[in-house]
Design a protein around this ligand. Structure first.
Ligand SMILES: Nc1ncnc2c1ncn2[C@@H]1O[C@H](COP(=O)(O)OP(=O)(O)OP(=O)(O)O)[C@@H](O)[C@H]1O
Ligand SMILES: [Mg+2]
Ligand SMILES: [Zn+2]
Length: 509
């Protein structure tokens, strides 16, 4: 006797069709699962046994039962095969007789036969739909998330008994309504209107967001660095549906989806503490999980107190920041997670925080100050185009509480600058000015003669490196785009140079 049921497996973000085949023959009762199952899959035997016993279906395991998860050459990881294996057994034993070749099943089963939620439901549902399946049955808690996928009916199931009834006589379950987020789910809760004053910091942040440049803010405690950082997603272009799906899949694999609002509809903001490990930051583990940088995909990765980070941990960010994706290789296979982020970092100027503050006295020795700044890895600093000082907010700005420009107004200018960039880079694979490569920099960053002159003088006077020169050009390109100017003028160069002021003041470069 033989039966087969469609399912989907998952490794990293990569979902793939799996067939659960069951066969039984007379003989000493046994229950084997083959097809490269990992520990969680092996354990599904115990869960299934208990659930079937609970439902008085234990006779299904009376014979010599073998389950194969095909293709047998690919490792199967996770608890999502509980359901397809159980359905295959029920089909084998005649509990269910209908044709199920257009149906896909995924889900973990509890000992009492109820279905428990799984991670990665959206990725698996997308794959099920792409494979041509018409319906997918999965745990109720995953149904809303899965309903985001097009072209497949999603059935959320609470208990095996419910599923049996439905498959026998078509009653008791209805397909999930495709989820559409509410208007409020699209709105950012923090707004730049709440940040008083700080015009120059806001202008630098606007430039950073407009060109997707990484930014470092250096300033004393309480100057509002965290407050500013948190509001950056609210001025970035609205997340597109495709980006939403990408980011949701990553959050889903990490088990971070809210079943009630399962789609990530805002650009993520992930604040990472300096105690984070390399695995926490870039991902890893024996079954590779996404790290913070991938959870921030299409949004902001915020590293607060940058010098406090372990240098080695920080350096693991280099490649992922460069490539916008991270490959994690393990014995079990290799997973690739995207991580296209805007990096925002913040730091105090010294251990006590007061260095460079005219109003307060720094208690640190010069060695402590330079030691603090030098703790940051140079290759990481090299990837931060804009580096600014954030001064303490002025008393008059705070006390007057005059209305400040809203995030929406800033976002509008940024969108226009992004539109210019989209046109410029059409077909090149480059997304924004931060991604300008050296082979096209001369072509896309044309300077007026004045600007050329200023750049030459600055280069000589400030002893700029070639790398710093390129960075200034890219940022100046963004300043020009914000001003809808084809050519880069003197003003744009001056602005871009001012966004490198930390080099000389703090790093002596
Ligand atoms: N420009 C501002 N307008 C309104 N409130 C502000 C402003 N700057 C700071 N604040 C207030 O001060 C608080 C502290 O700011 P925030 O935590 O962002 O400072 P920080 O620079 O990150 O400090 P730290 O270095 O200690 O992390 C904010 O939560 C906010 O209430
Ligand atoms: Mg802070
Ligand atoms: Zn100090």
């Amino acid at each position: 006797m033989y039966s087969q049921i469609n399912s989907v497996g998952l490794f990293g973000l990569n979902a793939f069709p799996v067939t659960a085949e069951a066969s039984s023959s007379a003989g000493q009762p046994s229950f084997d699962i083959v097809g490269m199952p990992d520990v969680a899959v092996q354990e599904s035997r115990s869960r299934i046994k208990a659930a079937l016993a609970h439902m008085e279906l234990n006779y299904l395991l009376n014979g010599k039962v073998t389950v194969n998860l095909a293709p047998a050459s690919v490792k199967k990881i996770g608890s999502m095969f509980d359901l397809p294996i159980t359905v295959a057994l029920m089909k084998l034993g005649g509990v269910i007789e209908c044709e199920l070749c257009n149906d896909v099943f995924i889900g973990e089963i509890s000992l009492n036969g109820s279905l428990a939620p799984i991670n990665g439901a959206l990725s698996m549902t997308l794959t099920a739909a792409a494979s041509g399946a018409k319906r997918i049955f999965l745990p109720k808690q995953n149904a809303k998330e899965a309903s985001v996928a097009d072209g497949i009916e999603v059935y959320g199931v609470e208990h095996l008994s419910q599923l049996i009834t439905f498959l026998k006589n078509g009653s008791g379950l209805t397909p999930e309504e495709p989820y559409t987020p509410s208007e409020s789910a699209l709105l950012h809760t923090a707004d730049f209107a709440e940040v008083m004053g700080q015009q120059s910091a806001k202008a630098a942040i606007e430039t950073a967001a407009a060109g997707s440049h990484n930014i470092l803010m250096l300033g004393p405690p309480g100057s509002g660095k965290s407050m500013l950082a948190k509001r950056i997603p609210s001025i970035m272009p609205r997340i597109t549906f495709a980006e939403s799906i990408e980011t949701t899949q990553i959050h889903s694999i990490a088990g971070m989806i809210d079943p009630a609002e399962p789609l990530v509809t805002r650009r993520p903001f992930r604040a990472v503490s300096h105690t984070a490990s390399a695995v926490g930051l870039i991902g890893g583990g024996s079954i590779p999980r996404p790290g913070e940088i991938s959870l921030a995909h299409n949004g902001v990765l915020f590293l607060d107190e940058l010098p406090e980070f372990d240098r080695k941990v920080l350096e693991t960010l280099r490649q992922p920041l460069e490539n916008g994706e991270i490959n994690i290789s393990r014995a079990s296979g290799s997973a690739c997670y995207p991580c296209d982020v805007m990096l925002v970092a913040a730091m105090n100027p010294c251990p006590c925080g007061n260095f460079g503050n005219p109003a307060k006295k720094c208690r640190c020795t010069p060695q402590q100050v330079s030691g603090y700044l030098n703790k940051i890895s140079q290759p990481v600093l090299d990837r931060i185009d804009i580096q600014i000082e954030v001064k303490p907010v002025e008393y008059s700005d705070l006390s007057h509480r005059t209305p400040q420009e809203s995030s929406a107004a800033i976002a509008e200018r940024i969108q226009k600058a992004r539109d210019i960039q989209a046109k410029r880079f059409a077909g090149t694979g480059i997304k924004s000015n931060s991604g300008i490569t050296s082979d096209i920099i001369a072509e896309v960053c044309r300077l007026t003669p004045d600007a050329e002159d200023m750049m030459r003088r600055a280069f000589e006077k400030l002893g700029m490196s070639a790398r710093a020169y390129d960075r200034i050009l890219k940022v100046a390109r963004t300043c020009a785009d914000l001003a809808a100017s084809d050519d880069i003028t003197k003003d744009h160069i001056a602005q871009a140079i001012s966004y490198r002021s930390l080099d000389r003041k703090y790093w002596n470069r």
